[in-house]
Design a protein around this ligand. Sequence first.
Ligand code: G1P
Length: 296
Amino acid sequence: MTQGEPIRKAVIPAAGLGTRFLPATKAMPKEMLPVVDQPAIQYVVEEAVGAGLSDVLMITGRSKRALEDHFDRSPDLETALGLKGDDTRLDAVRHASELGPIHYVRQGEPKGLGHAVLCARRHVGDEPFAVLLGDDLIDGRDQLLSTMIDVQRKTGGSVIALIEVDDSQISAYGCADITPIAGEDYVRVNSLVEKPSVEEAPSNLAIIGRYVLHPAVFDVLEETAPGRGGEIQLTDALQTLAKGEGEGTGVYGVVFRGRRYDTGDKLSYLKAVITLASERAEFGEDLKTWMKEFLG
Ligand code: G1P
């Protein structure tokens, strides 16, 4: 790996079963659930591309063909829209297939996020890379990934994104014990624990779904035993890197205070859809007026 070369690769795990949204996700990947008029996964791919990551690898599984179709050309649909002169929709349809080369690899068995990331090893090779989890949408106006990429370049380690949460929420996330670094806008991560109870949690800093990782994580993941939930946890591999010494070790955190929309459970998903819809120029104001009336 050459220090200083730009980070180019993004890995997007999308092999989950989407059980929280059943029956909507019985025959459709949860990543295709619409957030206003665009599948959730498209926001994530656009974020990666916007941060300069031109090579996207999706980790998929069974029943995920719709993802590949969505980011591919659709000649019949394009011809039909062209004949109608519907340029706006034609552009929207084409845009999804013009986000860059998207590659796919299957995870095969649902053995956890750490295992999903390990499936990217051959494609990523020996370079630092980003991981974006589809359940978190980060507002394009709030730079997070590009800040994390800068921190990776500066430190040579791995970088996680953290948010402050209420104590009652910490058990839904990985949790970090950190030390601020004087004069820097990132922190040193001393240790990590996956989904701790409130009593075990070392802080109220929760890991959210953006990572910029040193490729040393792959060797560590190969050796990481199943952890919480019997799954190979990325958090456990990062804990090893935080405690390790030498090339590729060291974990740093960027505490994010911008706009994040969680689409991972039904209530958060509904809030994300309403928030983003209310900002749309075409109908945002009408929606807000209606909501006021609806709430009486
Ligand atoms: C994963 C990670 C967890 C992190 C979370 C962020 O958990 O294992 O550390 O806090 O993503 O969304 P999951 O939500 O996939 O169970």
